[in-house]
Design a protein around this ligand. Structure first.
Ligand SMILES: C[S@@+](CC[C@H](N)C(=O)[O-])C[C@H]1O[C@@H](n2cnc3c(N)ncnc32)[C@H](O)[C@@H]1O
Length: 376
């Protein structure tokens, strides 16, 4: 693992002090989701709220790379699906968590190349630091920023790699009892995990998973994203007519809570090194957890939306004609980028696309082959 430079290490010390103060105020224990919230989103301190470079190659100081950062081919394929949706709903887009603004920029270009005149493109972003970067990158494009999700929206909403950075609750099974993992200050003054009996909300969430997929073995540790589920439920209030497209690392619940996946899916990224210790260098790492797509689809469905499609990123992009796009602009770089987007060993299979909505008729181009709705 590379070591952070002195400025970054100093920054992490400030983040740690902030979290230590909160743990102390909370009588020595905070639940992991609160720790993750602070490490990623504490104002002016958290990973997404301070100046860390985050996106792109490690040579440029980045920690991880997302599909829109890899190639405009991603936006070009999405544009084909969006153009089809815009035959049924107003040509308005709301993008959640727009990162560096790469997707917004490329999607605007790709849609205009397809002759789609957008009525609006709005971004909902929690990070003031990233919002500044987006404003710089998107100067001259007709993009605006909303301080909260709109309600009664008609159009298409999009969240690429946003649900996997929503704070999760960690649990562990001991005997027949569900415990919640939280964070304490360890004997050496650093952070350590500590378990408490889970409250009713978390215990019932785990009971529901076991009722569906069988009892989890003793010592089994994983996570549930109650926040992402409530975000999906809220989408039913946001969408009067249209679709929400969620793209992220994840799988159906049966796979998520497979008895052999004993340690959950929490994964951190620092300078392109993936590791599984979210307590290391708070504020300098991206902290993620895979998305339980069955839970996301169920939350949207229970709140009144239709589940329109679910497939892998590879199938989605290929269905949307990404190979035709590649042919039109073929270079060694662009074919390498396509490989990263669709290869099973890279993002193609690990990342999934879920579409939910209201008042939208299929068949939808992105799900023509390889739709896996049955697996949710
Ligand atoms: C991993 S980055 C992905 C950025 C971009 N979508 C991409 O694919 O490159 C996560 C983004 O989601 C934002 N974010 C996290 N939680 C959010 C929320 N509840 N609403 C809106 N944005 C959020 C972060 O600030 C960041 O911009």
């Amino acid at each position: 693992m590379p070591l952070p430079g002195p400025t970054a290490a100093e920054h992490s010390k400030r983040v740690v002090a902030h979290i230590v103060a909160e743990i102390t105020r909370a009588d020595g224990w905070i639940p992991f989701d609160r720790y993750m919230q602070l490490a990623l989103y504490a104002p002016e301190l958290g990973y997404y709220m301070a100046g860390a470079h985050k996106f792109g190659d490690s040579a440029a100081g980045g920690d991880f790379i997302t599909a829109p950062e890899i190639s405009p081919l991603f936006a070009q394929a999405l544009a084909r699906q969006f153009a089809q949706l815009f035959e049924q709903v107003p040509s308005r887009i709301v993008e959640f968590g727009a990162g560096s603004g790469a997707l917004a920029s490329d999607l605007n270009t790709a849609l205009s190349m397809r002759g789609v005149a957008l009525e609006s493109y709005s971004i909902v972003e929690v990070s003031p630091d990233l919002m500044d970067r987006q404003r710089q990158r998107l100067q001259g494009t007709p993009v605006d920023w909303l301080s909260a999700p709109p309600t009664e929206f008609r159009g298409v909403m999009l969240a690429n790699e946003v649900l996997d950075v929503m704070p999760v609750k960690l649990f562990v099974k001991r005997g027949n009892v569900t415990f919640e993992r939280g964070v304490v200050i360890g004997p050496d003054g650093g952070f350590a995990f500590d378990e408490r009996r889970a409250n009713d909300v978390l215990a019932s969430a785990v009971t529901a998973i076991e009722a569906e997929h069988g009892a989890l073995p003793d010592g089994y540790a994983s996570e549930v994203s109650l926040l992402a589920e409530s975000w999906m439920r809220s989408s039913a209030q946001w969408l009067a007519r249209g679709a929400l497209v969620v793209i992220d690392y994840g799988f159906p619940q049966r796979e998520y809570y497979h008895p052999q996946r004993l340690m959950g899916t929490v994964m951190c990224h620092f300078r392109h090194h993936a590791h599984s210790d979210p307590l290391w260098m708070a504020g300098l790492n991206d902290v993620t957890a895979h998305v339980d797509f069955s839970a996301m689809a169920a939350a949207a469905h229970d709140a009144g939306l239709n589940v329109l499609g679910y497939t892998s990123q590879a199938h989605f992009l290929l269905n949307c004609g990404v190979l035709d796009q590649l042919q039109a602009q073929h270079t060694p770089q662009s074919s390498g980028a396509l490989h990263r987007l669709v290869s099973e060993a890279e993002m193609g299979e690990l990342v999934k696309v879920l579409m939910v909505g209201r008042g939208v008729q299929g068949p939808l181009i992105g799900f023509t082959r390889g739709d896996r709705l049955h697996s949710l």
